[in-house]
Write a protein that binds this ligand. Structure first.
Ligand code: ATR
Length: 272
């Protein structure tokens, strides 16, 4: 029997998840159907429960419903609880399990595809909204020498770092706190890449051999252009997207897809 999955969001037509999961299923010869579901605000819970009642096995959740998915879950993984957001639902006989694979996708892409182990590195996260909170625990678990979180509104960065400061080398500040910091890895978790807003982080941000990671994908953002001008290696968030999808597939299907192979397929299907 064909197992059913879906991604739910609003808007959803742009989602690459159906293509990515179809590619994963082909890698293993699995018989699945993965569709994109549009839900109106206020209709999220009904749409999810209808899908589960109709035999759906799992769902990915994207904007603006990751908090609704958290509230709907009967059980949460540690990383979903830390992220305070759910992007992966599994419909089990005894209830709905919520997980968050975004941080896994980011760390997997940086370490495995881009070849930059985070252990012992000096890492900077710019931004303190949902995107930053979603990846914080997996980044800390990778064991960086230090993690600095900076944000336009400094108090939000401080609030994000505070619960982790006893157990991890994490600090927080306003954007100027990053100036001249010579970081090994800089992750842009602000929404500036979506609006092409400039993000002035000053000169001397990058150590030799550093990596600049933009969470947005599919476009050259001002953050990426600045990082190139400063001599850093640059990546956009396509690998994170495929990585989070792969971890969702593993949760549901018990096998881990080949992320690099899937990315190559996506790039040839969507050049540029
Ligand atoms: P997301 O879920 O994408 O993280 P969000 O929770 O609205 O969205 O957070 C957006 C992030 O981008 C915040 O860190 C925000 O900074 P503030 O908390 O100070 O608002 C950051 N951001 C948005 N526009 C920015 C800009 N022009 N310059 C710097 N940071 C910006």
């Amino acid at each position: 029997m064909t197992d059913r999955y879906a991604v739910i969001g609003n808007p959803i037509a742009q989602s690459k998840s159906p293509i990515i999961h179809a590619a994963f299923a082909r890698q293993f010869g699995h018989d699945i159907r993965y569709e994109a579901l549009l839900a109106e605000p206020g209709d999220f819970e009904r749409t999810v429960r209808d899908f589960a009642t109709a035999g759906g096995r799992g769902m990915n959740v994207t904007a603006p419903f990751k908090l609704d998915a958290l509230a709907l879950s009967d059980r949460l993984s540690d990383r979903a609880r830390a992220a305070q957001a759910v992007n992966t639902l599994s419909f089990m006989p005894d209830g709905i399990v919520g997980d968050n694979t975004d941080g896994f996708g980011l760390v997997f892409d940086i370490q495995n595809r881009l070849g930059m182990p985070l252990a012992g590195r000096r890492v900077l996260i710019v931004g303190a909204g949902g995107a930053a909170r979603g990846v914080l625990l997996p980044v800390l678990q990778a064991g960086p020498a230090s993690l600095l979180i900076v944000n336009r509104s400094e108090e939000k960065a401080r609030a994000l770092a505070e619960p982790w400061q006893d157990a991890h080398p994490v600090a927080a500040g306003g954007l100027p706190a990053a100036r001249g910091g010579r970081f090994d890895v800089v992750i842009n978790a602000t929404s500036t890449g979506l609006s092409d807003c400039a993000l002035d982080l000053g000169q001397g941000l990058y150590a030799p051999g550093a990596l600049a990671y933009e969470m947005v994908y599919g476009r050259e953002t001002p953050f990426m252009a600045d990082a190139r001008a400063q001599g850093a290696a640059v990546a956009d968030g396509l690998g994170m997207l495929v990585g989070q999808a792969a971890e969702s597939f593993r949760i549901w299907r018990g096998v881990m897809p080949d992320v690099a192979r899937t990315m190559a397929q996506l790039k040839s299907a969507f050049p540029g």
